[in-house]
Design a protein around this ligand. Structure first.
Ligand code: HSE
Length: 329
């Protein structure tokens, strides 16, 4: 990518410098992108899982990756090929900062899961470098650097995972050029259930199967639902949220990659879910529920489907995370 052409419109020229620690450890949350009807424009953060990035200032200029844990050796130690590494590198380059940092990345969620794994690393990395240097850039200012991570991860600099990972909460990417991100309030007791089946789907592959053009009649249904979902969240209208969680464009194409998807969705609705769909590009499935006890029942119902299919899975239950990245130490 591609920085947005109008980066200068949202970069504040004045920064407050805070005391600089020698090292820092930051957690950034997993995210559910698309939220059924909002392909590439809607996403929300969850409390767990998430990734951790540790940074230490060194005398060697640039970014060095010391170690990655939790990835079974699958991720590159080359900072240009690592989503957190490239985000930090682009940040230092953009601001002309001549410092060296050594990174340790702790992957605490499955790769290729549809939970925004690459985005959590990028968001943690770029937030960590900012705060390690005693700077105070806001989420919108850090977002273009984290989007660089998405670009190297799958060839598309979408912001519906990195946006909520950096902002916390539920976000709408109203525009990509210039970047315009809106935080959407959500009902306090809204819970999500995420089932991650042990199948792997590469975002690049899940994007390549999508149509380049869509019929106007489908676009009308889809933007009605995006508007309905946003209105439902803001009005705390659970019925409207439920009716709006429909995707007539992306889900029908991607569901073929996901054994058990329609059965799990059916069982989740029977168990009381408001609705849901594919989390990001899959294979995880998310559902929204009016409270925690319903979210637990929904998890059990979906888990039973995958047990019958003989496919292992993990279930996460969470409120919408409102914090975004957090300094752990
Ligand atoms: N909006 C993206 C997609 C999220 O569905 O491809 C996955 O990174």
């Amino acid at each position: 990518m591609p920085f947005p052409k109008k980066l200068s419109t949202f970069v504040s020229p004045v920064y407050i410098l805070l005391p600089m620690p020698e090292s820092i450890k930051v957690y950034a949350p997993a995210t559910v992108a698309n939220v059924t009807c909002g392909f590439d424009v809607l996403g929300f953060a969850v409390n767990n899982p998430g990734d951790e990035v540790e940074l230490k200032l060194t005398s060697k200029p640039g970014v060095t990756i010391k170690r990655i844990t939790g990835d079974n050796g699958r991720l590159s130690l080359d900072p240009q090929k690592n989503t957190a590494g490239i985000s930090i590198f682009k940040y230092l380059q953009h601001y002309g900062i001549d410092k060296g940092v050594e990174m340790t990345l702790h992957k605490k969620m499955p790769l290729g899961s549809g939970l925004g794994s690459s985005a959590a690393s990028s968001a943690a990395g770029v937030f960590a470098i900012s705060r390690l240097l005693g700077r105070t850039e806001t989420a919108i200012e850090l977002l273009p650097f984290a989007m660089e991570g998405e670009f190297i991860a799958c060839g598309s600099a979408h912001a519906d995972n990195v946006g909520p990972a950096l902002f916390g909460g539920f976000v709408l990417i109203r525009s990509y050029d210039p970047l315009d991100v809106v935080k959407i309030p959500t009902p306090e007791n809204l819970f999500t259930t995420i089932l991650h089946p042990q199948i792997e789907v590469e975002t690049k592959d899940a994007r390549n199967i999508l149509p380049r053009f869509i019929p106007l009649k489908d676009a009308i249904v889809q933007w009605g639902n995006v508007g309905g979902l946003i209105a439902g969240l803001m009005l705390k209208d659970l019925g409207l949220i439920s009716r709006s969680l429909q995707d007539v464009i992306i889900e029908p194409k991607r569901a073929i990659l996901l054994p058990g998807f329609y059965e799990a969705k059916h069982e989740a609705l029977q168990a009381g879910a408001l609705g849901g769909g594919i989390s990001g590009s899959g294979p995880s499935i998310f559902q929204l529920s009016k409270d925690e006890s319903t979210a637990i029942k929904v998890g059990e119902a979906m888990e039973a489907v995958y047990k019958d299919l003989g496919i292992g899975c993990e279930v996460y239950i969470s409120r919408v995370n409102t914090d975004g990245p957090v300094i752990l130490g």
